[in-house]
Design a protein around this ligand. Structure first.
Ligand code: ZN
Length: 174
């Protein structure tokens, strides 16, 4: 309930500032949820070390029980952000969680740049960090797999894949 209130407050604040911005974040979540739900029957109970039930709950309910972090956690969505992390990322997840809360910071440029498909991919990717930690290769591999299972295609992320040294990781793109 606390989380829902936080999300609603965040969305309402954004809405007051810019309806288009709030819509972009909400649409990205709706698109990510739709893609995940299409992919879920083929994901099993874990994929690339991501607990699928925890991922579903984090994405759709904003709270989850975590075998990775231990205990129950809430996702605190912060929209329209412009803090220091936003200089490098459109969205990011400060880790580790504190006091049972994992912030998902969505920067201002998230809504102002890119495409709906990229925004969907970003939410799918960041939610891996929320439930399974900082590994970039895991997050990219999982998000690409969800895209592929849901749509038959996945966003090419080769440059990012190589710049993070993922070729030598335990993960792979579809
Ligand atoms: Zn990442």
């Amino acid at each position: 309930m606390r989380l829902l209130t936080a999300i609603l407050a965040g969305l309402l604040l954004s809405l007051a500032a810019s309806p288009a911005r709030a819509d972009a974040v909400q649409t990205a979540f709706n698109d990510a949820i739709a893609a995940f739900e299409q992919a879920q029957p083929q994901l099993g109970t874990t994929r690339f070390g991501v607990d699928i039930a925890a991922y579903r709950d984090a994405l759709t309910l904003g709270q989850f029980t975590s075998s990775h972090w231990g205990g129950n956690l809430a996702v605190a969505l912060e929209t329209g952000a412009s803090g220091s992390g936003c200089a490098r990322f459109a969205a990011y997840v400060p880790l580790p969680p504190r006091d049972g809360v994992v912030p998902l910071v969505v920067c201002r440029q998230f809504s102002e740049e890119g495409t709906a498909a990229l925004r969907r991919l970003t939410i799918l990717h960041e939610m891996v960090h929320v439930v399974a930690g900082a590994d970039e290769c895991r997050a990219m591999a999982f998000a690409a797999e969800v895209e592929r299972l849901a749509t038959g295609r996945f966003t090419p992320v080769d440059r990012y894949w190589h710049s993070n040294g993922c070729a030598g990781s335990a993960f792979s793109l579809p």
